[in-house]
Design a binder for this molecule. Structure first.
Ligand SMILES: C[S@@+](CC[C@H](N)C(=O)[O-])C[C@H]1O[C@@H](n2cnc3c(N)ncnc32)[C@H](O)[C@@H]1O
Length: 274
């Protein structure tokens, strides 16, 4: 993790982007031929890509419901994506109409659609430009701090984002910056593609389909993803699971898998006599 990471390239229809390829899987209209070409390349070796994208959205929304049910009314949605419905703000506000959601993304298409979306809904949702590879800049953002009170519990959502961040940019350190900052009783939800129990030839071909995109797609083992949850966090039941199966254990796994989990920041326990 460092502050010198290259900025997201400006809007360019010929370079596929993770947000627009995902939009294509989800049946959206905010994608271009280069995005569709990359998506088709993935679907040739993994035809269930749209199902997996939908399952990941399902995980995101169930994680929001879980946190809202636990009393969380403020959410930081990292890598928020192109607007779709239902979304984080709709679920959070259904639980608590005063809930606040801040979306963060570095893709110009996401930012322009989310700005239009934020101005068309009444309160609740704000979008800011930010790059997860610069977590401290996100946490210091004045608009984020107008909306989110970091002295109160918050849910940080980092769903289907860190697999676009290479190891050299320290995904664990990125999450560490957020978990060190949030207060006890806060939650962190994470999902990422895994190489565990996946055909290595398929992994290689999918990574290859993203090689000309604005960010690479990187598969991690289940243990690597688990290690991103730092020592101050307790994974809530049932732990890290296929996104389609979280949290009930019921769901149809796909040949390529995204694992998801939700963790709660522990209260600091002082040893007796300390
Ligand atoms: C696959 S989409 C996931 C969208 C949403 N989180 C979900 O799970 O449905 C990944 C999103 O992460 C964003 N993203 C990728 N790398 C990022 C980075 N370094 N900083 C901020 N956003 C990033 C992309 O622009 C895209 O909107």
């Amino acid at each position: 993790m460092n502050d010198d990471v290259p900025s997201q390239p400006p809007f360019n229809v010929t370079t596929p982007t993770p947000a627009r390829i995902y939009d294509y899987y989800l049946g959206g209209k905010d994608n271009f031929p280069a995005d569709r070409e990359a998506g088709e390349k993935v679907m040739r070796v993994f035809p269930q890509a749209p199902e997996l994208a939908l399952a990941n959205r399902g995980f995101l929304l169930r994680a929001v419901r879980y946190c809202a049910d636990a009393g969380i009314d403020q959410f930081i949605d990292l890598g928020t994506g192109i607007p779709t419905s239902p979304n984080v703000a709709e679920i959070a506000c259904a639980f608590n109409p005063r809930a606040r959601v801040i979306g963060v993304d570095n893709d110009p298409v996401v930012l322009s659609h989310q700005r239009a979306h934020a101005s068309s809904v009444s309160g609740g949702y704000t979008i800011v430009e930010g790059d997860v590879r610069r977590p401290w800049a996100i946490l210091a953002d004045s608009r984020l701090n107008e909306v989110i009170d970091l002295s109160r519990p918050v849910a940080v959502l980092c769903v289907a984002v860190l697999h676009f961040v290479p190891d050299a940019e320290d995904p664990a350190g990125i999450l560490g910056a957020f978990t060190d900052t949030i207060t006890a009783g806060s939650y962190l939800a994470v999902s990422a593609v895994t190489s565990t129990d996946t055909d290595p030839a398929v992994v290689t071909q999918i990574e290859d389909a993203y090689k000309n995109a604005s960010a690479p797609l990187i598969f991690r083992t289940a243990d690597q993803i688990l290690s991103w949850f730092g020592p101050s966090l307790d994974l809530v039941h049932p732990g890290l699971l296929d996104v389609s199966q979280w949290p009930t254990g019921i769901g149809i796994p796909t040949d390529v898998r995204i694992l998801g989990g939700v963790a709660r920041k522990r209260r600091r326990v002082h040893p007796p006599g300390a």
